[in-house]
Write a protein that binds this ligand. Sequence first.
Ligand code: GLC
Length: 592
Amino acid sequence: MISAFKRTTIVTTITLLLCGLALQPAWSQMKKAASKVTSVKNIATPAEPWWQHAVFYEIYPLSYQDTNGDGSGDLKGITSKLDYLKTLGVDAIWLTPIYPSPLVDFGYDISDYIAIDPKYGTMADFDKLIAEAKKRDIRVIMDLVMNHTSDKHKWFIESSSSKKNPKRDWYVWKDGKTPGQPLNNWQSYFGHSAWQLDPKTNQYYYHKFYIQQPDLNWNNPRVKAAIFDAARFWLKHGVAGFRLDAVNTLYEDPDFTDEGIVKDKDGKPIINAYGDPTLDDTKTSNLPKLHEVLAGLRAVTDTFPGQRVLIGETYMPNVAELAKMYGPRNDELQLPMDTQIGFINKLDVATFRQKILEAETGLNGNLPLLVFDNHDNHRLDVRYGDGTHNEDIQRVLATLLFTTRGVALMYYGDEIGMKTSTPTRKEDVKDPIGVSGWPKEKGRDGERTPMQWDDSANAGFTTGTPWIRIPADYKTINAKAEVANFNSMLNWYKELITLRRTQPSLRDGNYVALNTTDNNVLSWLRQAPGKPAVVVACNFTAAPQNVSIDLTGVGLGGKSAKTLMKTPGSSDPASLTTIQLPAFGVYVGEVQ
Ligand code: GLC
């Protein structure tokens, strides 16, 4: 079985096996003081869907801001940080689940789809958050978990009560192959068989995730109706859309036969962190019927005013599969996540160039939703850092996120350079996969630690005992300190977001790959008709690099550039043919 955070690696591995391919302080211009970096309004024309140029910001509510001293974040805490988010330049916040839940999977095990867990506050607190966010032009996206419920949801309690219960076929129940043996070899992403025997009725239920997360049966129209009703409930409360959780896994192949075992190049099964053979996921993920559900839900959201948006958690094996998530007539998800780019997990110029090209050419002209980080994967330091230049590497990643062509989704804490803080002792682990998989799989706690607001006790997150350990580095890595530091990561993010809003070419321009044989520096141009083009160059290596950019091919030969942003300490180039980039250095210039 694979943990969620290993999923991309596994998908990549599978893709490679199937395709037989081999994969392979900065500061911006001193034109304004750090404290004067304020948010700038999008220059979007009203006809354009708001989300097309948006910056989305993922919040893990448990870890954002506690206001009642119970050690866990809450809705009032998020409301109290809206001004911070506004100043950062965020257009929409996505909240991971805040529904009532036994919290086995920290909210992704929902026991009531139309209520707020008291841990986070009340429905009035939620409405207030929406209203206060709206005043600041910030929209709120809910997480919608359609694949499974909690085993404590009343639907499952009824379903498991007897084979004859009217809700029996709301979930996926099957007899074993033989007594004591599940029907097939399907596995949970969180380890071992995906089938759990219910002794009362002597049948197995299917769970792609934790045992406490039974899969809903999407072949049952009543399931669809109930979940779509829940969606309507939140749309009426003013949410701007949904992030659809684990949406690929809604359907299982009706033949219920074994999945294939993934083998290495020597033909041996690849064993996952839980000691099981890795399966190819072909019978339990990305089945075609899924698209009927997506189109159906889109039809629901489209009946509401205000351009509601559907975002998908879409770890797809390749761009062709990702393209399908938009729907044949662009009638499914507006923003399926492009994890092909952000989860390359290695600063490799050729791979980034190729994946960006694929998004440019393979999505039928749709915008990719770029995402480099989330609550299921180690933070950027672990996945991309080299241990020496982590901060500069993160500046490169942020530059890719905000200045290539796409919609941007970022994860809380990235803007201040928060690091992964994986528990070192098993007894500290909160995420159940970290307990069951220890020491190979330490779970996802490391990327879910509380937001580091300041250097006061508990990083300003809570006055109580935090639900999870707070990393010691909060004394220096915190939002308050970074607001005041001109060269901070926070100001790098703010400036990038500001540039993206104010430079028409960065907002609307085409993407043109430059210097396409350079394997050290990734360079590109953004160009909107009649507007100044913008050149970006990012050094993907630990050695200084000299770059020479010739724009003759795009009709801008011989032009010079004005520096918009560059790595702290690096000097302004005399011309586009003499850009000197320090280790993991960045240059962004407006062509003149
Ligand atoms: C998604 C969520 C993850 C959760 C899983 C099961 O992958 O991002 O946190 O554990 O779905 O709901």
